[in-house]
Ligand binder design. Structure first.
Ligand code: GRF
Length: 203
């Protein structure tokens, strides 16, 4: 069974989409752990309601050791780490140990509106301000560069003139909930090749 660990920081709607995909038998994998860098977030309640093991690695307590503590929990336990609304930056040994086995979902078409400081509603505010006609979401591999790893999947979402940042966020979130489970499925089925900084899907 393909095993995953999911990192969260907030509401966990992307975690919920993975849980739903597993329950609907669209995704043949098991969530071995849900780890939050913040206590008391709803993502933890979502996991606990399904009997999934949860951990809190409070970034306020662990600070620069947060990534190392996450590695300690997940090393040799999972095949893939999925960042689902995780807001801390992963760094250090975990990136080496899980090279090409960590993915993240970002709510824009990377490289637009991505990189340090670009997360949550700020991404959509920047897109609205710039007047782009399309935005979207991206699943990418995680490396040392924030939002810099190989792009795996992207989904385009139209931006309407009268959209607020919240309108756009909600429209993109719906697509995130389809894209992330699809990415996990492709990887779990061994259908992704990473080469020369790009990915190829072998359907
Ligand atoms: C989502 O927009 C996701 O793209 C970003 O974090 C936001 C919240 O995600 N990474 P969730 O509802 O906590 O899964």
């Amino acid at each position: 069974m393909f095993k995953i660990g999911v990192l969260v920081s907030g509401g966990g709607s992307n975690l919920g989409s993975i849980i739903d995909a597993i329950e609907n038998k669209e995704l043949n994998c098991s969530i071995e752990a849900v780890i939050s860098d913040k206590p008391g977030v709803y993502a933890l309640e979502r996991a606990e309601a399904k009997g999934i093991k949860t951990f809190v690695v409070d970034k306020k307590e662990y600070k620069q050791e947060t990534s190392n503590k996450i590695l300690e929990i997940l090393k040799d336990k999972v095949d893939l780490i999925v960042l689902a609304g995780y807001l801390s930056i992963l760094n250090g040994e975990v990136l080496r140990e899980f090279r090409d086995r960590i993915i993240n979902i970002h709510p824009s078409l990377i490289p637009s509106f991505s990189g340090p400081g670009m997360y949550g509603i700020k991404v959509h505010e920047a897109a609205i301000k710039k007047g782009v006609k399309f935005s979207g979401c991206t699943v990418h591999y995680v490396n040392e560069e924030v939002d810099g790893g190989e792009i795996l999947l992207q989904q385009v979402v139209p931006v309407n003139f009268e959209d607020t940042a919240k309108d756009l966020q909600q429209r993109i979130l719906k697509e995130e909930h389809k894209l992330l489970p699809r990415a996990v499925k492709l990887i779990s089925e061994g259908k992704v090749e990473i080469k020369d900084g790009k990915t190829r899907i072998i359907e």
